[in-house]
Design a binder for this molecule. Structure first.
Ligand SMILES: [Zn+2]
Ligand SMILES: [Zn+2]
Length: 255
């Protein structure tokens, strides 16, 4: 009886609150939905859009998080690069569909995407660092988010990496004052690897009182050459951090 009542209520609620794909607006079919506040407000994707994303699975590059075709330690894009952060992991390869979604989120103000992406990032944070025995959140003391320069923050209205971190809900302190962007850097979209490195040089300052002796999880939305995250890690380690692991939503690989 309870089963039939639940089924009936699901059909009614499906009619009143149809679940649509955040990306294309199509209906999403989910047979086992239990209607709670979280499930109704949690954005989802249809099967077609889901398939167009490129989720990174193992094996992945231990340095930069890029997807690897074969088991190994490092990928071609970071071969011979010495990152200052200790390791990096990413949820997605930054392909065309991923780029559209992240652009809508970052530049289009469609902040609902943060609630779509954040559980994926949480899953990676809790399960994907195990190559180094970093099995769960107890391996870090705190989270640090890549900051925006105040000018850009005012223009955008939010820090996308901070919003992702808030929705991830990992029970660790987020050190919002630990890292500051002290230089307003040019947009890096079309810059070469060397230009990005010069552009980011000394762009960040970390506060020793917050990070000294800490093991940190550093969060950003997209990693391309790693120049920004490297400068953040350098500032954090200069201020005494003993470990910096990077988690990003997407890893962009230059062709
Ligand atoms: Zn869709
Ligand atoms: Zn790599």
């Amino acid at each position: 009886m309870v089963f039939f009542f639940k089924k009936f209520m699901t059909i009614i609620l499906d009619f009143i609150l149809p679940r649509r794909c955040l990306m294309c607006g199509d209906f999403t079919q989910q047979d086992d939905v239990t209607y709670t506040f979280e499930s109704v407000s949690q954005p989802s994707l249809c099967g077609m859009c889901w398939q167009q994303l490129s989720f990174i699975t193992k094996p992945c590059c231990l340095n930069c998080g890029a997807s690897l075709a074969f088991d190994g330690d490092a990928c071609r894009s970071c071969f011979n690069k010495a990152f200052i952060f200790d390791s990096a992991r990413a949820v997605l390869t930054y392909n065309d569909t991923g780029k559209i979604m992240i652009t809508r989120f970052k530049h289009g103000g469609q902040t609902g995407y943060a609630r779509l992406f954040a559980p994926w990032m949480r899953n990676i944070a809790l399960n994907f660092f195990d190559d180094q025995d970093l099995v769960n959140e107890s391996n870090w003391d705190a989270i640090v988010v890549v900051p925006l320069h105040p000018f850009r923050f005012i223009k955008r209205g939010f820090n996308q990496a901070m919003m992702l971190t808030q929705y991830m809900g990992i029970p660790l302190p987020v050190l919002v004052k630990a890292l500051r962007r002290v230089r307003h850097t040019a947009s890096q979209g079309h810059q070469s690897s060397d230009d990005r490195k010069n552009n980011m040089h000394r762009a960040f300052v970390a506060e020793e009182s917050y990070v000294n002796g800490k093991r940190l999880l550093l969060i950003d939305d997209v990693m391309t050459t790693g120049a920004t995250l490297n400068e953040c890690a350098a500032a954090l380690k200069n201020a005494g951090a003993i470990r910096v692991d990077v988690l990003v939503l997407a890893r962009a690989i230059r062709a």
